[in-house]
Write a protein that binds this ligand. Structure first.
Ligand SMILES: N[C@@H](CCC(=O)N[C@@H](CS)C(=O)NCC(=O)O)C(=O)O
Length: 248
């Protein structure tokens, strides 16, 4: 299995999944991980685009099959390596929450993060509306998650599944995206519960020093903001369009 990824929320979904399968004692074979340097635009290079036409990490190759989109990868791994992470008899209790993450939580928290951290060059008055809109929607989504959790430990009840894995990496970054989730104590407790899993700790450590999993160094924060700015400004996208070709 080959995984091309980076230490970002969508990347962590898959590295956590890999570690959870290993933790469950499942033989998934060798996983060859390649860290993709997003700042240097490696996601636009031909060998990457051949695997993932969408030019974004993560992307997986297994048995000659390329799978892109982090949540599709979670489903693929869940179905290929049977475990409680995707209980097949309850699959349709789990999958709507995985789709919900992909269609709502990821884009909304991702956009809020982008306006909050990565768009310094955009004047405040131009950012005010999208910031408010994405912040309000992120809070609404967190409220939905809070109600779904109810008294259960995990998103889909008593069993930790790929729905928890899909949601955790974006929700855990609430401070970095400045979405104040403290009004949702059940969500906050769930974040701590997921973080306490040994496989989650290992999954978060791919491409990242262990001591920086929870608290980034000032240097990493500055570099991440800089790399996000490159992506937010679409400069790298412009380069890839300038290079021309079908992959641009
Ligand atoms: N919906 C996609 C989103 C992937 C995505 O946005 N990946 C980001 C990192 S978290 C990326 O590769 N960004 C680089 C870019 O936009 O150029 C998924 O879930 O796989």
């Amino acid at each position: 299995m080959e995984l091309w990824t980076a230490p970002t929320p969508n990347g962590w979904k898959v590295t956590i999944m890999v570690e959870e399968l290993i933790e469950a004692g499942i033989d998934i074979g060798e996983v060859d991980v390649r860290q993709i340097n997003l700042m240097q635009g490696e996601q636009f290079e031909a060998d990457f685009v051949e695997r993932n036409p969408n030019q974004k990490i993560p992307t997986l190759r297994h048995n000659g099959q390329d799978i892109f989109e982090s949540c599709a990868i979670l489903q693929y791994l869940g179905e290929t390596f049977a475990s409680t992470l995707l209980p097949l008899d309850r699959k349709w209790q789990v999958m709507p929450w995985v789709y919900w993450q992909a269609a709502n939580v990821g884009p909304v928290f991702g956009n809020k993060l982008s306006y909050t951290r990565y768009m310094d060059s955009v004047p405040d008055d131009q950012k005010a509306h999208p910031m408010e809109r994405f912040n309000n929607e992120a809070l609404r989504l967190a409220g939905v998650l809070d109600r779904q959790l109810g008294d259960n430990p995990w998103v889909c009840g008593d069993t930790y599944t790929i729905a928890d894995i899909a949601l955790y990496p974006w929700i855990r970054g609430w401070k970095w995206s400045k979405v104040n989730l403290t009004r949702y104590p059940r969500v906050m407790r769930w974040v701590d519960r997921v973080r306490a899993r040994p496989a989650v700790e290992r999954g978060l450590a791919y491409g990242m020093p262990k001591e920086e999993i929870d608290q980034w160094s000032a240097e990493r924060k500055a570099n991440t903001a800089k790399s996000g700015s490159n992506i937010a400004s679409n400069e790298s996208l412009k380069d890839s369009i300038d290079r021309g070709g079908d992959n641009a």
